[in-house]
Design a protein. Structure first.
Lengths: 285, 277
């Protein structure tokens, strides 16, 4: 009987410890998450071949992010990265293994910050620009900014719902975010010889980046949703540390599993503890 | 067509005038060394340093005698902005060679308005020659950028010190944590450490008399591991460094035997390469 009691109490204590440990580790993981930012990469240089892009962490070699074969018009999903400093390097996609990446820019990822690292300009003057992305809106409003990535049209003017929004935006440049009233309306972008219309919904609480691209025949608009809602997390961001291309922020899932295990053990242990007096009672009778 | 020809003519005329001024300064006894206020030896030292250490893309502002010395040291006339007596300011250049003549010409405005930071200095007294970095947007903006850059370098250096693949000697550790290391070196070291372990033995700066705010532009990396393996590791780093383009292409990157690699970037150090911490 003493042995059984010992086993039951040990089970109960282990379950409680597991539960406690789980909670503690989740708290710790949450803290880590708060030290996370988000980065997406955009190839917006029309005459530059596809590239592989590397982000090297200053402090943690395991936090490297690599995106392969990023071609013109490609904008990657947001990837979670631990806050800190990164060196950005590029290499022609498909280059020989002996070809070394070329350092191009640096990126400081702040906790909760979101960034677009965009390759802009013509191939001869390709530059990587780090754009700070907005994640929240003024109440009841939407925000939109424009990236002019058309080499065919040197300057583009954009109207939203018939009103001029950006005038003569030069190739390779980025407008600031503009606060607009939510609506579904026509976005019209016109260059010297080409124009394009697109019906776009800018809902309240959303933040958009619209990229003006050279299409095969005419201008093309790529409407990117930077953020939706007020949670301060970019739209479509890869869950912290899961998916994507490289090790990043630790996933909370193991700790959730640990909690589940803890709860299960607690239930089993508790059930055992509760059953004992009944059995005793039965025996006593 | 006419416009193109006119532009070519203007450029040719400008280059010709510069060449004539430099040529005269080099030959004419009317501009003796003493008139420029610096002994020939000091001027020669300054000219050699500029020719060997200043970025090949940098425009150098100088008085006629100094420009002649620089031209003799291999700087093409297109990189020289000759400061005649009627020149209002040294703006348009990247560095200015502050001889006595130049100091007299611009007075206190040289330091307070155009070029607040000395990146190297030679000689003493009135014969002293300071090489100063130009502040194109004014001293206040430049000083703010210098301070911001230092904060970024402190943050980046501290992160490199936490990198398990970077081993740092004590003095070099102090330089990293104090933000004394050139941002190009910091970015390059982060990339190298992604590939392999890096042992930093020292940071240095071949800039005599430089202001304390001027970062260290060179690094010595020691080999890790036994003989052939260590050399292969250094050669791999060298090949990575050699592949870089401006502004990350160093002035020099050489193997020291099979035991070390030294990398040196050109002056002046660029500001704003690193993001704000």
């Amino acid at each position: 009987m003493k042995i059984m009691r010992f086993i039951r109490w040990t089970t109960f204590l282990m379950a409680a410890a597991a539960l406690l440990l789980g909670i503690t580790r989740v708290a710790s993981a949450s803290t880590t998450s708060s030290g996370t930012g988000w980065v997406r990469l955009a190839h917006l240089s029309p005459n530059t071949p596809a590239v592989d892009v590397y982000l090297y962490s200053f402090g943690d070699p395991s936090a490297e992010l690599v995106l392969h074969h990023v071609g013109y018009g490609t904008v990657s999903p947001y990837e979670a990265l631990a806050a800190g400093e990164y060196t950005v390097a590029m290499r022609a996609a498909g280059a020989a293994a002996s070809t070394k990446p070329v350092l191009s820019a640096s990126l400081t990822v702040a906790p909760g910050g979101a960034y677009t690292v965009a390759g802009l300009g013509p191939e001869s003057g390709l530059r990587l620009e780090v754009l700070q992305d907005q994640l929240t809106d003024p109440p009841g409003k939407a925000q939109v900014r424009f990236i002019q990535a058309s080499l065919q049209q040197h300057e583009v003017t954009v109207t939203w719902d018939g009103k001029p929004t950006v005038t003569n935006l030069a190739f390779g440049s980025v407008s600031s975010y503009q606060v607009v009233s939510p609506a579904t309306a026509t976005l019209h972008a016109a260059g010297e010889s080409e124009s394009v219309n697109s019906t776009i919904t800018l809902a309240a609480g959303t933040v958009h980046t619209v990229v003006i691209l050279d299409g095969s025949k005419a201008l093309v608009l790529d409407n990117l949703l930077d953020a939706a809602g007020s949670d301060g997390v970019p739209a479509g961001a890869a869950a912290t540390g899961l998916g994507g291309t490289a090790p990043r922020v630790p996933s909370p899932l193991p700790w959730l599993y640990l909690i589940a295990a803890g709860l299960l053990l607690t239930m089993v242990g508790g059930l055992g503890v509760r059953l004992v007096p009944r059995q005793r009672g039965r025996h006593a009778r | 067509m006419a416009v193109v020809l006119a532009l070519i003519a203007i450029v040719a005329l400008g280059a010709g005038v510069t060449g004539v001024i430099i040529g005269r300064a080099a030959r004419s006894p009317s501009v003796p060394a003493a008139a420029a206020g610096a002994p020939a030896a000091t001027r020669g030292e300054a000219a050699s340093w500029i020719a060997g250490q200043v970025a090949a893309s940098a425009i150098v502002a100088c008085d006629p005698a100094m420009c002649a010395a620089l031209h003799a040291d291999g700087l093409p006339a297109t990189r020289l902005l000759v400061l005649g007596t009627a020149t209002a300011d040294p703006l348009g250049s990247d560095v200015v060679v502050a001889t006595l003549a130049v100091r007299n010409q611009f007075g206190t405005r040289l330091q307070s308005v155009y070029a607040p930071v000395v990146i190297a200095s030679f000689g003493t007294g009135t014969g002293r020659i300071d090489i100063r970095a130009i502040a194109p947007d004014g001293t206040a903006a430049y000083q703010a950028a210098v301070a911001a850059d230092r904060r970024s370098r402190i943050s980046a250096g501290s992160q490199l010190l936490r990198n398990p693949r970077i081993i740092v000697a004590a003095d070099a550790r102090n330089a990293l944590s104090a933000g004394d290391v050139d941002p190009r070196l910091l970015m390059m070291l982060a990339a190298l450490a992604n590939e392999q372990q890096v042992r930093i033995t020292a940071f240095g700066d071949p800039s005599p008399g430089a202001s304390p705010v001027v970062p260290l532009r060179s690094v010595e990396i020691a080999a890790l591991g036994p003989g052939a393996e260590a050399e292969a590791s250094l050669r791999s780093m060298l090949s990575f460094i050699d592949a870089q383009r401006q502004p990350f292409q160093p002035l020099r990157a050489v193997l020291v035997g099979s035991s070390a690699l030294t990398v040196e970037y050109a002056a002046p150090s660029p500001l704003g390469l690193l993001g704000s911490p």
